[in-house]
Design a protein around this ligand. Sequence first.
Ligand code: AMP
Length: 459
Amino acid sequence: MTSFTDLGLDQALLNALIAGKYTQPTPIQAQAIPPVLAGRDLLGIAQTGTGKTAAFALPILHRLAAGNRRPAPKTCRALILSPTRELASQIADKFRAYGREMKLSVVTVFGGVGMNPQVQALARGVDVLVATPGRLIDHMQQGNLRLDAVETVVLDEADQMLDLGFVHAIKRISQALPKQRQSLFFSATMPQSIGQLAAGFLKDPVRVEVTPAATTVERIDQQVIFVEAERKRALLAEIMADPAITRALVFTRTKHGADRVARHLTGGGVPASAIHGNKSQSQRERALADFKAGRVRVLVATDIAARGIDVTGVSHVLNFELPNVPESYVHRIGRTARAGKDGMAISLCAQDERAYLRDIEKVTRQRIPFTDRRGDAKLAAATAAEPKGEARSHQQQRPHGHSHGGGRNDGQRGEAHRGAPHRSEQGQPQQNRKPGGNKRFGRPQQGGGQNRGQRSAAH
Ligand code: AMP
């Protein structure tokens, strides 16, 4: 197996990696670092959580240190483009951590904060500039920065850039870059539109692809709970009572939804913060810091706000609402199970979200087991009042194949997964619910069949 030493990285970087307890390169690092060190362009297909930041940060730092030049005023030597401020901050933090023994300057530039400190930092010239596209263009237009001395440029999370409407900004930035440069391009997904953007950005790139969505997702234990929209908040509070949930990210579709859920949890004795685009930069930073430090156990976030949030030790991702874009599901649940750790994702799915669930299962090429909550008294109580309609709508589905523990199959899902192993589901008659007992939301028990779903059914 490749080691960081084998990759030929500068000793100062190796020391920082040892300090950060990185023992082994991740697959994207092992594959990307050698060609980037050699000066090649790179097309990296990898999502957050794979170690992609170090995959570009380490060789960039190595090359900058080897070049041993000072940046001229109002220029930068390496430019990293990030779709969000949170991701930009985190990338910059990584550069600072890896480059701690190098005398290189790292500056971030993003919206939502004052221009002046950024103007001053740029005036001196910077080695590594991490920027969101909009603010970068503002600085270019005001003459605070030129891009003609960029040696290496990175476009990170290109798919998110397009989703957020940055395509024109990126093209403008590209035009301001020197023709002679090294370009690295990362995206979790590679639809045609991204392929075209990459083609215009890269020259004869080395393509490195790690963990297609499905493989990464496979490492994460997933469950779906069918529940009526109005019951979700009560159910979430019940779920959160499980002490196995040590650090949870809860996703909502809207900013107001995030606030409401955070308020409800806090009111119910589970301190939670919300993070979304309507919050000021300092509020977002504080929420994130509280969450990282463990002062709040639950962070409620929208997709965009959560993008790039890198908090280790997230034990659970809770989808309060399913995302309507399947890739977002992959992004969301990728916040747990980071860097090889185990994680768990629980999704609350209302009737009108069934189509989203099917799309997600198509994209991830796997079925998400649904939880049989018979064994959980607390949960049974939380859902006992669940209107019969929801429960019946599952029970009435035509059962097919064998079923576990008397459970029936959800016909809608069965339809989409014909021939698949079946799982029992939550819509059990009340009298079938066992009192007390099984932990539903802690780390799931290992073993128990080829289908993770069977685990939740086997009892
Ligand atoms: P990223 O995909 O860049 O967001 O990285 C995901 C997480 O993995 C971050 O917390 C990194 O600090 C961590 N990480 C990256 N590379 C390694 C490595 N080789 N060994 C251990 N942790 C790593």
